[in-house]
Design a protein around this ligand. Structure first.
Ligand code: SF4
Ligand code: SF4
Ligand code: SF4
Length: 339
């Protein structure tokens, strides 16, 4: 039997769901076992950084990195894995686009620490002690990773070969990737071109079965998903619920609309879209019931309509703020304003 390939998995700034997703592939895990040995997976078994450091460069065939880059440890491991691996896959939306941790890019480290270590109700910190990267104790010096101001994507710190979006990636997409690697290893089948996104190139609306209004699409009011009971057959956007499907890459099987919930955009932007949030914002504004005869509608009225979107950032940029041209809110000016 041919020698098994080596795979590794690491959890950066994320929720752990991507690690669980890898186990969710059920019997497919046997295909993984047949061709691969897992050499580093801290959440799966007791792996240490020194185990990874001890491996020869390029000795890991495929590394799956999930989570965003939030601190110096995440970046260090990402760089180490890159050095040790032939193929590096950004696994999940946090690694691909910054994901939900990326929403913290509207603020900075000082403000995050201020909230977490001082201003939460459950915090008892009378001396305002904040995390330090180095602390001397009688036993020696303790070291913590440096917490960054800005949440980054994996590609901001290392060269990425493939992207597998989703929060977490679906079982089908993981199985597709496992098959591609297995075919490559056992039969020499070619891998997808470098930089490929392991998902569909279509939009989510293309794989959604809900009926859409084809002409003169208009909405009068924007609703939160819990405010109305939507018609299960009709497009949620046509019913006034913001569904990010038009600006989102297909590949999940339209899971959320199938469950009567709007898409939040976790598969990230399609190839044709640079800024998922701006693209969706523009789609929504074009749907608002402003006809030619009402072209004299005031700015206040437009603002009133848009104010119906309760959480614009979380609605339009839930998974992709670090990937967007915005990347983060300006911090320099904020600092100046604060003097
Ligand atoms: S992509 Fe989603 S499931 Fe994966 S680590 Fe990020 S938040 Fe968790
Ligand atoms: S907007 Fe949402 S509900 Fe409507 S077709 Fe697209 S994915 Fe389906
Ligand atoms: S429907 Fe949207 S939010 Fe739901 S899994 Fe698919 S891409 Fe993600």
């Amino acid at each position: 039997m041919a020698e098994k390939i080596k795979i590794a998995q690491y959890w950066g700034a994320g929720c752990g769901g991507c690690d669980v997703a890898l186990l969710d592939i059920d019997a497919k895990i046997l295909d993984v076992h047949a061709i691969a040995n897992v050499v580093f997976w801290p959440i799966g078994f007791d792996g240490k950084v020194k185990d990874l450091e001890a491996l020869p460069d390029k000795s890991i065939t495929v590394s799956f990195y999930n989570g965003a880059i939030r601190n110096s440890e995440n970046e260090h491991i990402a760089k180490l894995m890159r050095r040790k691996s032939v193929i590096m896959i950004a696994f999940g939306s946090c690694a691909c686009y910054g994901g939900t941790p990326g929403l913290a890019n509207v603020t900075n480290r000082a403000e995050v620490f201020e909230t977490v270590y001082k201003n939460t109700q459950s915090t008892d910190n009378p001396n305002s002690v904040m995390p330090q990267t180095h602390t001397k104790v009688k036993e020696g010096e303790l070291e913590l990773p440096e917490f960054y101001d800005t949440v980054k994507m994996l590609e901001d710190v290392v060269d990425v070969d493939y992207y597998m979006p989703g929060c977490p990636p679906t079982v089908n997409l993981i199985a597709m990737a496992v098959d591609a690697v297995a075919q490559h290893v056992t039969k020499g089948a070619p891998l997808p071109p470098k930089g490929a996104v392991i998902a569909s190139d279509k939009t989510l609306c293309d794989e959604c079965k809900r009926e859409r209004v084809e002409k003169n699409r208009r909405i009068d009011k924007i609703y939160q998903a819990y405010e109305i009971k939507p018609d299960p057959k009709k497009c949620l956007l046509d019913q006034g619920i913001i569904c990010i499907g038009p600006a989102t890459r297909a590949g999940c099987g339209a899971m959320c609309p199938n469950a009567n919930m709007p898409c939040r955009g976790c598969m990230g932007p399609t190839r044709a879209v640079t800024d998922q949030g701006a693209s969706m914002l523009s789609a929504v504004t074009s749907l608002l019931n402003i006809t030619d005869s009402e072209s004299k509608i005031s700015e206040e009225q437009i603002m009133e309509m848009m104010m119906q979107v309760k959480d614009p950032l979380g609605t339009f940029y839930a998974f992709c703020l670090p990937k967007s041209p915005l990347k983060r809110a300006v911090t320099e000016k904020k600092k100046k304003w604060k003097g």
